[in-house]
Write a new protein. Sequence first.
Length: 204
Amino acid sequence: MQDTLYEFLLLNKKLSLPGIGTISVCQSSAQHDFSDKQFIAPSFYFTIESRNDKPSKKLFDWLSSSLGITEWDAIRSINDFSFVLRQKLSERGEASWENVGMIRRDNNGDLKLEGQNILLQSEQPVVAEKVIRVKAEHIVLVGEKEKTSVEMEEYFAGSPAKKNYSWLIAIILTLLAVTFIGWYFSEKGFLTSSAGNQSVIKSN
């Protein structure tokens, strides 16, 4: 009966037992494992709420169909199973249900379920490695216009400034002029007359 009710609990997410309460299947969120670079799939666990302990007709119909018994026998099986759990709780203070967990009473007399995580074969970790795309082009919104990321990079980078070589030309011309003047005076001498025109004009 434990295995049969466990199957019903997994399929329907809830199971109400007389005198015990409603056992529910809950889901935790997925976890990111940074060290192993993966996402761990959501886990499932059980909780118990002792307020609602009225079994649904769906449970009796499902038991009748699964076990091939009458609805009356299904009702009696549920009551017998619940009675055994309540008896264990009364005598030992706890009742173990394989694959579901340990049911205990707290200081206030309320039932608590130390549930077990449900392991499903299909829920495997997912690889979560960061993908770095170099020079990947995508669309960005600039004001009311759409531009590609490449266009924006070119816009912010701007065209490289052209180098100004006029100062270098001026220095070269100055050096040439100084060299020429030095050569001229070394050939003609440093007299003031050497700077003038030495040609003789003859008159008729």
